[in-house]
Write a protein that binds this ligand. Structure first.
Ligand SMILES: Cc1cc2nc3c(=O)[nH]c(=O)nc-3n(C[C@H](O)[C@H](O)[C@H](O)COP(=O)(O)O)c2cc1C
Length: 325
């Protein structure tokens, strides 16, 4: 009983106490805003179709994170851009997106008419360009920004802009000064010193940390003897990366006070519970959507509620960080 059923029940004015208490299992807060479920849509996996957004929320998703938007439109890489691997997927989409002008138009014309709980993900090749994006979108009434810090850094070609704590902190600081909205810093997957990184972005003014993005990986086709993806290297996602993501959340929780959003390989309620126990206040679902589409939110929410009931908890907030005590 989750997803569509939850939303339907939220609309009902029933006095049924059991229904109300079931709903309250998943209600939580993130950076000052209330959300009806702690499962969010991860950036990138469903593109940015504003028509679809209300249905995603109806299915049990608490917050939608948009695909990462850059200043200029980008077509991305040629096919193949995605392939299956052991326990996950490899993708190299190449940050394909319509660009900031078109996205601002869609926010104006579509989102403003049918608002949903939305976080806008942005990427850029320098701190100043991140701030330019923030200034361009800030007049719209969405919840927060998610900074995709895993995109290439032009000054240092090849490395990700957020892989060094000082660089990530600079992006957060400059973006922070351009907005009053909460800023979620999304951590690249392969940070060597996670506590140092987390402290740096917290001190720079981040309101939350999202962990993790995909992990650089490759698949080679035995017949052609060549990498399968057109970009050769792609990002690994799905269950294969879950233990890396859980470890990252655990380390971040030990270091900072700001909330953490866990992402990486979540398919079931049990997966999400692992992230909550590690210290996540909410989770994002990515690759599982590609397989089971919107059923993923219902499945994960139902699994989390069953776990809470079985263990006599009345709200998901009660289990955040329990693996540390
Ligand atoms: C097809 C695809 C596109 C993605 N695009 C983005 C993106 O635009 N911005 C971003 O920050 N992360 C992007 N990601 C990473 C996801 O948001 C997420 O961090 C990662 O896939 C791990 O979660 P998962 O195992 O549930 O998929 C993308 C992932 C996939 C599979």
């Amino acid at each position: 009983m989750a997803g569509k059923a939850i939303r339907k029940r939220q609309k009902e004015t029933s006095n049924d106490q059991e229904n109300l208490s079931t709903l309250s299992f998943l209600e939580t807060e993130l950076c000052g805003f209330k959300i009806h479920s702690p499962t969010m849509l991860a950036s990138g996996v469903l593109g940015i179709s504003f028509d679809l957004f209300p249905r995603i929320i109806e299915s049990g998703c608490g917050v939608i994170v948009s695909k990462s938007i850059g200043l200029e439109p980008r077509e991305g890489y040629g096919n193949p851009t995605m392939t299956g691997v052991e326990a996950g997927y490899l993708n190299a989409i190449g940050l394909a997106n319509p660009g900031s002008e078109e996205f601002a138009r869609e926010l104006e014309e579509e989102f403003s008419k049918k608002p949903v709980p939305l976080i806008v993900s942005i990427f850029a090749d320098s701190a100043e360009h991140f701030a330019d994006l923030v200034k361009r979108f800030d007049r719209f009434n969405f919840l927060a920004y998610e900074l995709n810090l895993s995109c290439p850094h032009v000054k240092d070609v090849g490395s990700e802009i957020g892989s060094e704590p000082a660089d990530a902190a600079e992006v957060v600081k400059v973006s922070r000064s351009a907005t009053g909205k909460p800023i979620f810093a999304k951590m690249p997957a392969t940070i060597i010193n996670v506590p140092e990184w987390a402290k740096a972005v917290e001190s720079a003014g981040a309101d939350a940390i999202v962990a993790i993005n995909t992990i650089r990986a490759m698949k080679i086709d035995l017949e052609s003897k060549k990498p399968v993806l057109s970009n050769k290297i792609g990002g690994l996602s799905g269950p294969a990366i879950k233990p890396v993501a859980v470890r990252s959340v655990y380390e971040i929780y030990e270091t900072v006070k700001i909330p953490i959003v866990g992402v990486g390989g979540i398919v079931s309620g049990e997966d999400a519970v692992e992230f909550f126990l590690a210290g996540a206040s909410a989770v994002e679902i990515g690759s599982a959507i590609g397989q089971d589409y919107l059923d993923s939110f219902e499945r994960v929410n139902t699994g989390v509620m069953k776990y809470l009931k079985r263990n006599s908890y009345s709200n998901v907030k009660e289990i955040v960080g329990l693996a540390h005590y």
